[in-house]
Write a protein that binds this ligand. Structure first.
Ligand code: GDP
Length: 197
């Protein structure tokens, strides 16, 4: 059975001091509208799982989902970045919360980054990769909404992103579609390897 299968909403956090103690976390990041919530729902095979992360007032927070019944492993839905209309005070809080989480969270073992296959590697995506590189932890990129492109165009985008990130050790890339459930097994394989003792 998929390692994502028993995911359940656990808690919402708005301050680092409130982060729950956990052993292992896999975090999702991505530009707003990249398809992050859809990807979480698709991986967990649960149509409304990430709905909570979309609730007004919670989009700028960190949402935790338990990944298995033993509650030893968590999915963490980080706030989407790149919203056009976010008040400066909210943005500043977000930058601090997200930045400090990514750089200091010991139980974070890897990052799943969602990028629209048609618009990959925007400035904020690159900043995020640069920012996270120092941790030495792996990043796996999902080029989402792959169904919007032909096979040939998908592969072209994949090759371009791989080439652009050749200097980033620990970064891997794949095609993904929530609509077509494309690439689900590959993500499971990557995350399974991260979680393997
Ligand atoms: P988030 O803001 O990153 O959480 O993005 P959402 O998951 O809410 O998706 C943003 C929009 O893209 C929504 O209209 C989704 O229906 C659409 N979308 C997400 N994933 C896919 C996909 O795999 N294929 C297609 N065609 N549309 C998608």
């Amino acid at each position: 059975m998929s390692i994502f299968q028993n995911a359940r909403f656990f808690t919402t956090v708005n301050h680092l001091k409130d982060l729950p103690p956990t052993r292992a976390e896999i975090a999702f990041v991505g530009r707003s509208n990249a398809g992050k919530s859809s990807a979480i729902n698709t991986l967990a095979n649960h149509v409304r799982l990430a709905y909570v992360s979309k609730t007004p007032g919670r989009t700028q927070h960190i949402n935790f989902f338990t990944l298995d019944k033993t509650e030893e492993c968590y999915l963490v839905d980080l706030p989407g970045y790149g919203y056009a209309e976010v008040p400066e005070a909210v943005r500043a809080h977000w930058v601090q919360l997200l930045g400090r989480y990514l750089q200091t969270r010991q139980s974070l073992i890897g990052l799943l980054m969602i990028m629209d296959v048609r618009h990959p590697l925007k400035d904020l995506d690159r900043q995020m990769l640069d920012f996270f590189r120092d941790t030495g932890k792996p990043v796996h990129i999902l080029l989402s909404k792959a169904d919007k492109l032909s096979r040939q165009e998908q592969n072209k985008s994949l090759a371009a992103v791989k080439q652009a990130l050749a200097d980033y050790p620990g970064v891997s890339v794949q095609l993904f579609s929530s609509l077509k459930k494309q690439g689900v097994e590959t993500v499971e394989g990557v995350v399974g390897a991260w979680l393997a003792p």
